[in-house]
Write a protein that binds this ligand. Structure first.
Ligand code: CAA
Ligand code: NAI
Length: 246
């Protein structure tokens, strides 16, 4: 087991990539805190995983709200006594062409995808520093590295995540904490289900592997960066996109 007795917080774990990661981590022996805004789905998924014999629990959180994040982290520490891994996976889109993008939609995406990542990392770091070890994995995107039509707000946040990842890798490396990012390509989840069919076809044509990714493809990359196998990897952005970025 690659994560035996490790305690992991995965944000956005009620659905999509985060849920796949929760299952993957739990199968590898981790105690997983599924942290999500979506209480109904998150509670149901945590119950299902518990019934399969995994040690998981749901924690309601709005990553954009600092007091909500602090409360979630305190509850996780209360239940599991330590935090070894944080996967900053929660994210949203509010797509629109630059000339039509509402300021509110720009700000909302920044609040969740950028401030939310900052909030969660800052909230877990004291516990990780105290124990002298930790792994933080941030979720970027091909859109943040490559740009994407209709995603001014989202691309800005996902590029920002890469900048924060490198900064924290430099700040926290000597404290025993590795910080890395994963930049997924186009993955089959609720997020891509909203993309118009014609655009989705264009996306598939960009991928040398000829298909969209599966949530498990990203969960496996998170697992690698959360495990001891990646102990000398710090500050990197791992592109898991079927070869779009090369
Ligand atoms: N790549 C290339 N072309 C795109 C595009 C994209 N991502 N998105 C839109 N276009 C093109 C359309 O095909 C269309 O072309 P034509 O004028 O030749 O028909 C043109 O841009 C205008 O598009 P719409 O007519 O759809 O314009 P709209 O104002 O009604 O809607 C939009 C704009 C909301 C951006 C809509 O096109 C859309 O949702 N596009 C998809 C945006 C996208 O790629 N989102 C990714 C979501 S998945 C994700 O974010 C995960 C991740 O990290 C990658
Ligand atoms: P999804 O929409 O399936 O799941 C996102 C989860 O985040 C949901 O459970 C939602 O409730 C939760 N969430 C949203 N706002 C929240 C908040 N304020 N606080 C707590 N939880 C919140 O999305 P998906 O596809 O699983 O995306 C996961 C991550 O991967 C996101 O950061 C996304 O930007 C990123 N990503 C996704 C890609 C894709 O093609 N699906 C490609 C590249 C990156």
């Amino acid at each position: 087991m690659r994560l035996k007795d490790k305690v992991a917080i995965i944000t956005g774990a009620a659905n999509g990539i985060g849920l796949a990661a929760a299952k993957t981590f739990a199968k590898e022996g981790a105690k997983v805190a599924l942290a999500d805004f979506d209480e109904a789905t998150g509670t149901q998924r945590a119950t299902e995983l518990s019934e399969e014999g995994f040690e998981v629990a749901f924690f309601q959180v709005n990553v954009a709200d600092r007091s909500s994040v602090d409360a979630m982290v305190q509850k996780v520490l209360g239940q599991y006594e330590k935090i070894d891994i944080l996967v900053n996976n929660a994210g949203i889109t509010r797509d629109g062409m630059l000339h039509k993008l509402a300021v509110e939609d720009f700000q909302k995406v920044v609040d969740v995808n950028l401030t939310g990542v900052f909030n969660c990392a800052q909230a877990v770091v004291p516990a990780m520093v105290q124990q002298g070890s930790g792994k933080i994995i941030n979720t970027s995107s091909v859109s943040g590295v490559y740009g994407n039509v209709g995603q001014t707000n989202y691309a800005a946040t996902k590029a920002g995540v890469v900048g924060m990842t490198k900064t924290w890798a430099k700040e926290l490396g000597r404290k025993g904490i590795n910080v890395n990012a994963v930049a997924p390509g186009f993955i089959e989840t609720g997020m891509t289900a909203k993309v118009p069919e014609k655009v989705l076809e264009q996306m598939k044509m960009m991928v040398p592997l000829g298909r969209l990714g599966l949530p498990e493809d990203i969960a496996n990359a998170y697992l690698f960066l959360a495990s001891d196998e990646s102990n000398y990897i710090n500050g990197t952005t791992l592109h898991v996109d079927g070869g779009i970025m090369m």
